[in-house]
Design a protein around this ligand. Sequence first.
Ligand SMILES: C[S@@+](CC[C@H](N)C(=O)[O-])C[C@H]1O[C@@H](n2cnc3c(N)ncnc32)[C@H](O)[C@@H]1O
Length: 231
Amino acid sequence: MLKLSERIMMAAKMVRKGSIAADIGTDHAYLPAWLILNGICPEALACDLRKGPLDNARKTVEHYGISDKIKLRLSDGFDEIEPFEAQDFIMCGMGGTLMAELVSRAYWLKDNDKLLILQPQSHAEDIRAHLIENGFEITEEDACTDGGKLYCAFSARYSGEKKKYSDAYIYYGRLPECKKPEAKQYLCKVVDRLKTKLEAEKLHGSSEKADNLSRIISETEEKINEMQPDS
Ligand SMILES: C[S@@+](CC[C@H](N)C(=O)[O-])C[C@H]1O[C@@H](n2cnc3c(N)ncnc32)[C@H](O)[C@@H]1O
């Protein structure tokens, strides 16, 4: 039976039962295959920018005999997907900056019935920032370790409301609500990276940017300290 890595499983668990899921940047199509094989989705789309990964996807769906349930699609982001083709849209293993660019091109994702499930490999703050600036809300957030590395994943949907968030929110999202120890560990890493950035800003940058970074670090540390002692 197909077994997913912890990282991809974290995203798979956020897919709504009964929905049609589209996996963007699917590579081997392990995620959509798992969703079909485990009865989560009746159908799915496995999409990738490049032919090589889509050939990997074809091998997986043929191996598991589910070619009739998974549509393979060469697509740059959401460009070749029709809005009615799926309800849950997953992107795993891409950088948050690229995710933000791809989401910005698909205006039709601004639909309360659609769910985005995102596992950014880096720059998670870029995709969180894009979402909240465009009326999306983060609905759930999770963290895990996989192969000794920490990862986060979150779901988001359009609400149309532009709520007021602090500058620090894009760095921690809803991870402070997650009870797993990995969430706290992940946020500690975020703070470490911000502190490195702060040192560089103090040496070669502007004092205004350094002050803002200091405030972001303090708020993120406060959130970490408020997390449950067992998390
Ligand atoms: C690092 S792999 C991640 C594969 C899988 N989602 C995972 O998490 O293990 C990134 C995949 O995204 C695809 N990709 C990169 N840019 C893309 C784009 N603009 N649209 C669709 N797929 C893209 C790549 O071809 C590659 O297969």
